[in-house]
Design a protein around this ligand. Structure first.
Ligand code: A3P
Length: 290
């Protein structure tokens, strides 16, 4: 069945698809009682929604002023993945404030996040750009199954048969449980439109006071072209690149509306139809182009 993802790449645990590299059912279960600190920050996203971008922004806001000789440390080591501990880090030994990235659905996150002290930043992106970005990503990540036909990938995406499961369920779940968390929602599109305002919103949420120059510096370094040139931000050393040179792969295009270059009108309408059916009740307005 072409709709079924290969078991070599994905496994389903508690109704959610994880990649087989780096996660096991046992460590996912253990996350429920993962001990969190009030100062912890979690970046939660559906894949391809701007996770790395937010990782870099938080790194810049929290650390850039005092890297203290750790300039070579990559974003992935500063902000590890909660459910994929690629580097076997001891999370309990990390200094505060710890920042984690996660693709978990709201219902699989550490139980104590619901005490609403630790912070969550949830980034969404319009699903047409997400699926197009995702499709390109499967070609470069060896941990993902490459699906060469876009229309098949789109069907798997809409059916939730990809890492991260259903985009609709992920977003709907986090939005409709917002009151259970100390959470800030941001969209990829608003960051793209006005990065400075987004940075200020984040600083405000974190209770972090930056000077005007520091804000400018964060914004400058978080712009697509500058991040693309920064190996720490662009995950150049991430294991599993299919391509030999391993360069500039995480940051591909970084635009809003790239879906128009790949999707047919029929495919776009197919997405609209599914969204209408599944998400009409949510107060989310998608931005398809800017
Ligand atoms: P594209 O494939 O459309 O270029 P994630 O980090 O969740 O995997 O998301 C990756 C997407 O975010 C990629 O989208 C990538 O280019 C984009 N991205 C990363 N940093 C960005 C930045 N500074 N500005 C705009 N887009 C960025």
């Amino acid at each position: 069945n072409i709709m079924e993802p290969s078991k070599e790449y994905l496994f389903n645990h508690k109704g959610f698809y994880f990649v087989t590299q780096g996660a096991t059912p046992e460590n996912i279960d253990a996350l429920e009682t993962f001990e969190i600190r009030d100062s912890d920050i979690f970046i939660a996203t559906f894949p391809k929604s701007g996770t790395v971008w937010m990782q870099n922004i938080l790194n810049l806001i929290l650390h850039e002023g005092h890297r203290n000789g750790t300039e070579d440390v990559e974003n992935m080591d500063r902000i590890p993945w909660l459910e994929y501990n690629f580097r076997n880090m001891d999370y309990a030994a990390l200094p505060s404030p710890r920042v984690f990235a996660t693709h978990l659905p709201y219902y699989l996150t550490p139980r104590d996040l619901r005490n609403k002290r630790a912070r969550v930043i949830y980034v969404t992106r319009n699903p047409k750009d997400v699926v197009v970005s995702y499709y390109h990503f499967t070609k470069i990540m060896s941990s993902l199954e490459e699906v060469s036909d876009f229309s098949l990938f789109l069907e798997r995406f809409l059916a939730g048969k990809v890492m991260g499961s259903s985009w609709m369920d992920h977003v709907t779940g986090w939005y409709s449980h917002a009151q259970d968390f100390n959470i800030l929602f941001l969209t990829y599109e608003e960051m793209k439109k006005d990065l400075r305002s987004a940075v200020l919103k984040i600083c405000n949420f974190l209770g972090k006071q930056l000077s005007e120059e520091e804000v400018e510096s964060v914004v400058r370094q978080a712009m697509f072209e500058n991040m693309r040139k920064d190996p720490r931000a662009n995950y150049e050393k991430m294991p599993g690149h299919r391509e030999e040179d391993g360069k500039c792969l995480f940051l591909r295009k970084g635009t809003v509306g790239d879906w128009k270059n790949l999707m047919t009108v029929a495919q776009s309408e197919r997405v609209d139809e599914v969204l209408k059916k599944k998400m009409e009740s949510l107060p989310i307005k998608f931005i398809w182009d800017i």
